[in-house]
Design a protein around this ligand. Structure first.
Ligand code: FES
Ligand SMILES: [Fe+2]
Length: 401
């Protein structure tokens, strides 16, 4: 008898996923090309590069990148790959440099990426090596509200156009006062990157968290002042236009209110999920940003940043950090439970005993509606040229065309 767990559910194809989109290595490789190479992706916050020469290295679509503030104060990005023989030019995660010297044969690049000098230059004279044509390969970079993004696709629309109206709920809290990264941690999570984005986007699982059940009255209630918000390009959000306040005292918390960010109410929550891999989660006085570097289909480096206001007095900074860490720190009462959930889910999913995930909740954009996940996977389908509910059928059709 066929395993009933391999039968698609009797639902519209928009309302379920084939779990092999999370486990198949060929789909992961295709995502790097068709998705991560095409869209804008957050790489860091401007406060992480305060001075000329400050740099960070990272990866986008599996390609190594340097992001640097140049001598004129602009932020630039380049492939972190030497034009000589393709070694990594910069091998540290972050730092400050006046120029970049490749460790292998000492070619030297300026902060603007230009190839300034080669070692033993006389050896290249006969071949007339053109240094001007051999600068580090530039990558598009643009910033909005202090968030630095890169995009590998020269044809992609400008960043603000790509993000559009989803910037509105971020404008006041992130764009009115200078913000600063006040907490950073990262971990390799044993799960597919999309499952972390799903966890960050769906509110149905809030009941997993004892602390959310206690402090967010809408988690177990039937209706909620919080609403899902859907935007073009797969972006979505979750916030209230009215009075949805986190009831911290019900979780036994005191001293979390104060230093409320511009445009936020005391004890307000606001979550923005940007396609494909970013979450900005604001709790009245502190911001959490999740960014992912997918390693392969089963391992994902997640970077977590906590943001506060630059120039806070010590007491307010302490308040923000305490608030951040009690929920979202490595030993907080929210984040570690999500990590356990997505790793457990992935272990079981890889067994392929149950092949489909169900996204069938329809609740008029109540927080536990799956509408935002459905919209996200519609965008995934569009970019991938596959259907997330039948990924191999779509591929077969494409190949036979
Ligand atoms: S690979 Fe960089 S100088 Fe040779
Ligand atoms: Fe969660």
């Amino acid at each position: 008898m066929q395993n009933p767990g391999h039968l698609p559910p009797a639902l519209p194809p928009t309302h379920y996923l084939d779990n092999r989109i999370f486990t198949d290595p060929s789909i992961f490789r295709e995502e790097q090309e068709r998705l991560f190479s095409k869209v804008w992706q957050f790489v860091c916050h401007e406060s992480e590069l305060p001075n000329s020469g400050d740099f960070r290295t990272t990866q986008v679509a599996g390609k190594p990148l340097i992001v640097v503030r140049d001598e004129s104060g602009s932020i630039r990005a380049f492939f972190n790959v030497c034009r000589h023989r393709a070694a990594e030019v910069v091998r540290s995660e972050s730092g400050n440099a006046r120029s970049f010297t490749c460790f292998y044969h000492h070619w030297n690049y300026g902060l603007d990426g230009s190839l300034r000098a080669v070692s033993k230059p006389e050896g290249y004279e006969r071949a007339c090596l053109d240094k001007a044509a051999l600068g580090l390969v530039p990558v598009r970079t643009e910033s909005v509200l202090g968030l630095v993004f890169t995009c590998l696709d020269p044809q992609a629309p400008a960043l603000r156009e790509y993000l559009g109206e989803i910037l509105r709920p971020l404008q006041d809290p992130l764009g009115s006062v200078p913000m600063q990264v006040i907490h950073f941690h990262k971990a390799v999570v044993k799960t597919n990157w999309k499952l972390w984005q799903d966890n960050n986007s769906e509110r149905y699982h809030s009941m997993l968290h004892a602390i959310n059940r206690a402090t967010q009255p809408w988690v177990l209630g039937k209706t909620s002042p919080m609403k899902l918000r859907l935007f073009p390009n797969g972006h979505s959000g979750y916030w209230s236009e009215g009075e949805a306040a986190v009831a911290y005292e019900r979780g036994g918390y005191t001293n979390v209110t104060g230093g409320t960010l511009p445009g936020m109410r005391d004890n307000e929550m606001r979550v923005v999920n940007l396609f494909p891999d970013l979450m900005v989660n604001i709790r009245s006085n502190v911001v959490r940003i999740d960014r992912m570097i997918p390693i392969d289909e089963q391992h994902t480096m997640v970077e977590w940043r906590g943001l506060g206001v630059a120039g806070d007095d010590a007491e307010t900074r302490e308040l923000r950090l305490r608030h951040h860490n009690m929920f979202w720190g490595p030993a907080g009462r929210n984040l570690p439970e999500d990590l356990i959930a997505v790793e457990s889910q992935y272990r079981a999913m890889r067994a392929d005993a149950v092949r489909y995930s169900i996204l069938a909740r329809e609740e008029d954009l109540n927080p536990t509606d799956d509408a935002n996940l459905r919209a996200y996977y519609q965008e995934w389908n569009r970019l991938m040229g596959r259907s997330a509910s039948a990924p191999f059928e779509a591929h077969a059709q494409e190949v036979t065309l």
